[in-house]
Design a protein around this ligand. Structure first.
Ligand SMILES: NC(=O)c1ccc[n+]([C@@H]2O[C@H](COP(=O)([O-])OP(=O)(O)OC[C@H]3O[C@@H](n4cnc5c(N)ncnc54)[C@H](OP(=O)(O)O)[C@@H]3O)[C@@H](O)[C@H]2O)c1
Length: 284
């Protein structure tokens, strides 16, 4: 098998770290592991025999994106798989969320992913091959209270990725969305800001936010299993690569139920929906 170069953002902890650790041990992989603080990637050193490049990369920093992509291309001559994993969360009611903080979350979860992808696409077009793995969430399909803006970022990632996949499929480039439910990473803990409701009308949601914070690192999902599944899909199932890959039982149950519910509702509304068009043979 020809070696493939994987470029992963946010590999200091969580999914990114598990994926980088797994990839670093695969014989046919060259790895570009990136993190805001590159000294947090020392855990990779014991696997490194020249096939690993570590770069300092904050996905909100355009210069660092350009430099990391150039370094990767220079060292390995290709980027075959881009994993846009870096992301943060934000818990708070819609009304009480801080605009500046949620704008920053959009700049990481959406614009960071967009800018990374735009930097790598010319290389993939040159190769006439590539896979873009975008971390969405089950929260990119289904919404909970107190996460409106996090959902906003992940629904954006879903729409952007689905549209992009249609633009690049003829160029040999595939896109896969990862939609996990709760996994044991730092996401619900240090990576998510929490705003406990102060407006009495929203008191009932305080417990949900606290439970999520306390549940951090006790979630059902295992990031090491996620890493193996992602590698297996990209490496061995490229012809049937799914656009959407829910990960975890809760994600799978929720995705199926959401689509079933939507289907039932759309079918019930069918007559009304269709009646909004002009008659087919209308002159004007
Ligand atoms: N865990 C879950 O339950 C879950 C469920 C659904 C989706 N997700 C998604 O999974 C992805 C990975 O998160 P995780 O669960 O692995 O959480 P995590 O352990 O907190 O990891 C988040 C990673 O993103 C990095 N990051 C944050 N801001 C960054 C920036 N501006 N530039 C570059 N890297 C940045 C962090 O780096 P630092 O160490 O520098 O902060 C860290 O490496 C996210 O997109 C998240 O939305 C997670």
């Amino acid at each position: 098998m020809t070696d493939k170069t994987w470029f992963v953002t946010g590999t200091s902890t969580g999914f990114g770290r598990s994926l980088a650790t797994y990839l670093a041990q695969q014989p046919a992989v060259k790895l570009v592991a990136t993190a805001r603080k590159v000294d947090q990637l020392d855990y990779l050193d014991k696997y490194d025999h020249g096939q690993i490049l570590k770069t300092s990369l904050d996905v909100t920093n355009g210069d660092e994106i350009t430099a990391s992509v150039e370094q990767a291309d220079e060292k390995f001559g290709s980027i075959d798989v881009l994993v846009n994993n870096a992301g943060i969360g934000y818990f708070g009611t819609f009304e009480e969320s801080n605009r500046q903080s949620v704008e920053y979350m959009f700049s990481v979860n959406v614009w960071g992913l967009v800018d990374m992808t735009r930097a790598v696409l010319p290389i993939m077009r040159r190769q006439k091959a590539g896979v873009i793995v975008n971390f969405s969430s089950i929260g990119g399909l289904y919404s909970f209270p107190t996460l409106s803006f996090y959902h906003g970022t992940k629904y954006a990632v879903e729409g952007i990725s689905e549209s992009l996949s249609k633009e690049v499929s003829d160029l040999g480039i595939k896109v896969m969305l990862i939609e996990p439910s709760g996994f044991r990473t730092d996401w619900a803990g240090r990576s998510s800001q929490k705003v406990i409701p102060q407006v009495e009308d929203y008191d009932q949601f305080g417990d949900f936010i606290k439970e999520n914070a306390e549940g951090a690192h006790h979630e059902a999902g295992d990031p090491e299993k996620a890493a193996e599944i992602i590698y297996d899909q990209v490496s061995h199932h490229i012809d049937t690569l799914p656009l959407r890959l829910p990960l975890g039982k809760f994600a799978s149950d929720t995705a199926i139920q959401k689509y079933r519910d939507n289907l039932t509702q759309f079918e019930a509304l069918r007559e009304i929906s269709v009646s909004a068009d002009r008659p087919e043979k209308s002159e004007d």
